[in-house]
Design a protein around this ligand. Sequence first.
Ligand code: ADP
Ligand code: MG
Ligand code: MG
Length: 250
Amino acid sequence: MQIIKIENLKSQVEGQQILKGIDLTINKGEIHVIMGPNGAGKSTLANVLMGHPAHEVLEGTVDFLGKDLLDMKVDERAKAGLFLSFQYPQEVPGVTVENFLRTAKKEVSGIMPMMTQFNKDVKKQMADLNMDEKYLERYLNQGFSGGEKKKNEILQMSVLNPKLAILDETDSGLDIDAIRVVYETVQKLSNDNNGILVITHYNKILNYIKPDFVHVLVDGKIVRSGDITLAEEIERTGYEVFKAENAAKT
Ligand code: ADP
Ligand code: MG
Ligand code: MG
């Protein structure tokens, strides 16, 4: 069962074309990893899918659970079950983590969750992530370390239970123990009903999550797809080989 089908997706930002024809299909139960050099367009792909207003779609289609994703507003995309963990989570002074999570859950599910049960569930999920409960009372991301912000993103993911979660470099800024906790949690959150797209630079996460597919994104295009052995190849060769292959084709 297909969750998302991206075909020939092209986009520009500030008059510059970034995505140059992305094709990617993610089915239920699958974990996909996208790797690629800096500036390849990885975050752009995530932002275009989420509907970031800076990015203009030039061409292509995106089917999300039978609907035209590109035709939906940002909040409609979230309600339909799309979740993006940002590379740089924003600080939101005045809104506590607890309030944020509860409101976000209500926005996405249409029902305000019951306080006591919700608290119990969230605290359990925080314990799994090695997060202190007192963060519930803190303002969202304010004064959080890089690692705490990223854990908080995964906490949101576990609360919102999305159909497709896109995690953009959730490993950056994390120490090795936090990386393990975060990606073990992501692996646990993977089930037969959802899809997960992990964007990363960091091969070590493959010790904790088991992707079904690995894709290499170079210069706005997926230049190679394979299984986990492709990540091992990247580790050995770096991206230069893939860049050269791509340049030879164009
Ligand atoms: P990656 O995540 O693969 O490192 P990005 O998708 O963040 O790369 O960026 C791809 C290119 O698009 C870069 O050249 C970047 O500067 C440019 N870009 C991305 N977002 C914006 C934006 N909002 N305004 C201007 N340029 C942008
Ligand atoms: Mg699976
Ligand atoms: Mg990026």
